[in-house]
Design a protein. Sequence first.
Length: 113
Amino acid sequence: QAQLVESGGGLVQAGGSLRLSCAVSGNTIGIRDIAWHRQAPGKRRELVATIINHNETTYREDVKGRCTISRDIAKNTAYLQMNNLRHDDTGVYYCHIYTTTIWGQGTQVPVSS
């Protein structure tokens, strides 16, 4: 089955930007839908963005206009570009093959206010 490895997290000041990457390896045949989730300290994991059928995107309301999800099929990599970060964007960000049980290990994104 496929494996996911996230990277690109790290401490950033409010107003800054980060690009998270999700490298997909293993059995990648048929993978079309990727999602990014985040989990803030003490809170439940929440869906941030999805990319369906390689190019249909959805976003949670509070990241619209600030985040862009994309995918490079040739590189088997998905991305989450995050701009104008806010303190409440802080959390562990996870990549997920949407509607499956396949998740990455997460990457930390602390945003200082």
